[in-house]
Design a protein around this ligand. Sequence first.
Ligand code: PBE
Length: 266
Amino acid sequence: SAETSVSEAVNYTITGIEPGAGVFKAAENAVDEYDLKGWDVQASSSGAMATALGEAVKNEEPIIVTGWTPHWKFAKYDLKYLEDPKGVFGDVETINTMTRKGFKDDNPNAYKFLEQFEWTTEDMEAVMAEIEEGTSPAEAAANWVEANEEKVATWTEGVEEGTGEIELVYVEWDSEISSTNVVGKVLEDLGYTVTLTPLDNAIMWQAIAGGEADAMVAAWLPATHGDLYEQFKDDIDNVGVNLTGAKIGLVVPTYVDIDSIEDLES
Ligand code: PBE
């Protein structure tokens, strides 16, 4: 059957990303919940996953990856999410901005900008696409900020320029590379000296909760980072939503002849 051949052809393997990512943990939960005996979620990186996906598409071979929206891969390839009738990957979510406690008092203007920072999947994917084409993240962010003056002006409305250092932490997921560079660029334009520090997911949350870093724009809620939010929320300032319509799940090229996680076979 199509189901058996797909499962066999991918060698009962889901191509994952960094094990600290929520989508990786959710994929492991899916293996349990759908009783996919003998299946493995392969640890990798976001970049290596994208390379494996591109190779598979080039050769029209089956592949199953841990995927998410916003992401440039949906514009570049014909892809679909596998249906998840058990809801293991959660529903549509938001991406949220968090600061360390006390940041608001120390930097009221930078905080006000972070409160007003909100954009769309299309905005984020535009930055991601330019990076994917080879532009450096800093340059792609600067280009986007320059081309979207009106939107940026709504973020900085009533925000006075400031001085001093601000450390943003993030994980090197394509989506967060984009958002963090854009936010960093706007803070620089406001007069701050900005450091962008890439960390593992759990360490990013810990750095904000412990006050070692100032802010992050990479909190996927309620499901993807729900465990980390529960763990750290008392020691973090939840500034609010910066993007709606985010989603995670198992993603395959449309030519892969299955539609649901339930179609995978052991
Ligand atoms: N992601 C991108 C992250 C959140 C942002 C979906 C890879 C995760 O799964 O934790």
